[in-house]
Design a protein. Structure first.
Ligand SMILES: Nc1ncnc2c1ncn2[C@@H]1O[C@H](COP(=O)(O)OP(=O)(O)OP(=O)(O)O)[C@@H](O)[C@H]1O
Length: 240
C-alpha cells in the first residue's frame, strides 16, 4: 500500500499540489481524474521522485520513500508509465523491454506475462521503438514497466490518443494485473498488482476503478468508491 500525507509541490512560485493526503490500497485500482492542467502528472512525477516533493511523507509498504531517487522507488517495486510513453525510439522493442530490467538481478529476463498481455510485442521484438504505432508504443511502455516486476503500477493517461481496439487491450491488461477475472471467468494465480491510473477518459476509469480521486487545482475535490462514480456525478466534474 502507498500512503501519502500532506504532500506539497511547487513550480517556482506556483503552488501546484496542495497538501494532498491519500492511499493507494494494495491489489486494487485507484483512478485519479481531473481536467487538463490540474496537477495530475505533477502528482505522479512527485510520487515517482522525478521531481522531489517540497513537503510531505510518502511510504510504500511501510518504507519511507520521500527522499529517495526514482531508481530507488523503482527498486522498491513502483513501476511507472509516463505520459507520452517515453520509449527509446532508436532502440528495438526488445532493448526497450530490457530497460525495465535495470532494477532486477542480472539474470532477470523479460517476464512472459508481458507477451501474454501484449502479444504484438513478441512479433515486433526486433523492430525499432520509433517504428511502432502510438498504440503499440503505449503497450511497449506498459510492458517495460511490467518487466520491472512492480507491486504498484502508476499509469499516466494510457488511453490518450490511442485507438479503441488497443484501449480494450490495455483495459484487459489492467484487469489481469489487478487480479480480476478474465472474460472467460479465469483468474490469474499471480499476486495482484496495485494500480494508480490517471485518466481523463471517464468510461475507461469507471470500468476499472475500485476507488476514485478527482483533482482540481492541486486539491482533491471528491473521492470515493468506483461503484459510486455515477451517483457522485464524477463525469460532470470532468466536463469542461
Ligand atoms: N515543468 C513545469 N514547470 C512549470 N510549470 C509546470 C511544469 N509542468 C507543469 N506545469 C504547470 O503545472 C500545472 C499542473 O500541470 P500538470 O501537467 O501536472 O497537470 P495535469 O493535470 O497532468 O494536466 P494534463 O492532463 O494536461 O497533463 C499546470 O498549470 C502546468 O502548466
Amino acid at each position: 500500500m502507498l500512503t501519502v500525507s500532506n504532500l506539497n509541490q511547487y513550480y517556482g512560485g506556483s503552488h501546484i499540489l496542495r497538501d494532498l493526503s491519500f492511499e493507494v490500497p494494495a491489489g486494487q485500482v485507484t483512478c485519479l481524474l481531473g481536467r487538463n492542467g490540474v496537477g495530475k502528472t505533477t502528482l505522479l512525477r512527485t510520487l515517482m521522485g522525478v521531481v522531489p516533493a517540497k513537503t510531505g511523507t510518502l511510504t510504500f509498504n511501510g518504507v519511507d520513500l520521500a527522499h529517495t531517487k526514482p531508481e530507488d522507488r523503482a527498486r522498491a517495486g513502483i513501476g511507472y508509465v509516463p505520459q507520452g510513453r517515453e520509449i527509446f525510439s532508436r532502440l528495438t522493442v526488445e532493448e526497450n523491454l530490457r530497460m525495465g530490467l535495470a532494477t532486477q538481478p542480472r539474470s532477470a529476463r523479460v517476464p512472459e506475462l508481458v507477451f501474454e498481455l501484449f502479444p504484438v510485442l513478441r512479433k515486433m521484438l526486433n523492430r525499432r521503438g520509433g517504428d511502432l504505432s502510438g498504440g503499440q508504443q503505449q503497450q511497449l511502455a506498459i510492458g517495460r514497466a511490467i518487466a520491472s516486476n512492480p507491486k504498484l503500477l502508476i499509469l499516466d493517461e494510457p488511453t490518450e490518443g490511442i485507438q479503441p481496439s488497443i484501449i480494450k487491450d490495455i483495459e484487459r491488461a489492467i484487469r489481469v494485473l489487478a487480479g480480476r477475472p478474465a472474460a472467460d471467468g479465469t483468474v490469474s494465480t499471480r499476486e495482484p498488482i496495485s494500480i494508480l491510473l490517471c485518466e481523463q477518459y471517464y468510461d475507461f476509469a469507471r470500468s476499472l476503478a475500485d476507488h476514485y480521486l478527482v483533482m482540481e487545482r492541486g486539491e482533491f475535490l471528491k473521492r470515493g468508491a468506483g461503484a459510486d462514480m455515477e451517483r457522485d456525478k464524477v463525469r460532470e466534474l470532468l466536463a469542461v
